[in-house]
Design a protein around this ligand. Structure first.
Ligand code: 5GP
Length: 204
């Protein structure tokens, strides 16, 4: 996260941490991109992971790809705001860039799983947490297949994982809102309203 840009507003506004969670294939990346376009100065938090890089991904842009040892070292040093294991790999949010961006009054978007959201909630009770739901189970399965990133067995694993995450998100009561992504513009509009309400000081 470069710091040489001007802060987003002339009048100081407190920063806002937005947690976006939801199963893979639900459109979180697209939503995050759209929100960043609409909020001048907003930042996407680039996570660290031990998962191998796919050919389409870029180091430091999509993730910081770390070895297990390096991840452990950073976790032990307290460098992560939160970290969790997901589908056999470790994922964590680097703390310093988030703190810096919030101090500058920026909107900071985290794309993290339910376990991470729970940790952020307790570390930062003022975070806004939104869980993105697929329009239906059938639609989620169709989107996972359409990505053509993996074979049917892996797709079924992600699908089962998605069902568990959705159940956890509903039970835990840790999200401010659960938003169905059946229409991108509408979903972005709903999240925008939550952001504006929170930034104007009203409870979400
Ligand atoms: P993927 O491997 O498909 O990029 O991500 C798998 C899952 O890990 C997604 O649900 C994503 O939201 C979550 N994830 C990505 N970065 C982090 C992180 O820093 N912390 C946590 N807790 N989850 C993350």
């Amino acid at each position: 996260m470069p710091t040489d840009e001007p802060t987003p507003d002339a009048s100081p506004r407190p920063g806002l941490l937005l947690v976006l969670s939801g199963p893979s294939g639900v459109g979180k990346t697209t939503l995050a991109r759209r929100l960043i376009e609409r909020h001048p100065g907003a930042r996407f938090s680039v996570s660290a992971t031990t998962r191998p890089k796919t050919p389409a991904e870029r180091e430091g842009v999509d993730y910081f790809f770390l070895s297990d040892d390096e991840f452990t070292r950073r976790a032990d040093a307290g460098d992560f705001l939160e970290h969790a294991e997901y589908a056999g790999f470790r994922y964590g949010t680097p703390r310093a860039p988030v703190d810096r961006a919030l101090a500058e009054g920026r909107l900071v978007i985290l794309d993290i799983d339910v376990q991470g959201a729970r940790q952020v909630r307790s570390a930062r009770p003022d975070a806004l947490a939104v869980f993105i739901l697929p329009p239906s189970d059938e639609e989620l399965l169709r989107r996972l297949r359409d990505r053509r990133r993996e074979g049917e067995a892996a797709i079924q694993r992600r699908y089962a994982q998605a069902q568990r995450e959705i159940a956890a998100a509903r039970e835990a009561g840790l999200y401010d809102a659960l938003i169905v992504n059946n229409d991108l513009d509408r979903a972005v509009g709903e999240i925008d309203r939550l952001i504006e309400r929170r930034r104007s000081g009203a409870p979400a």
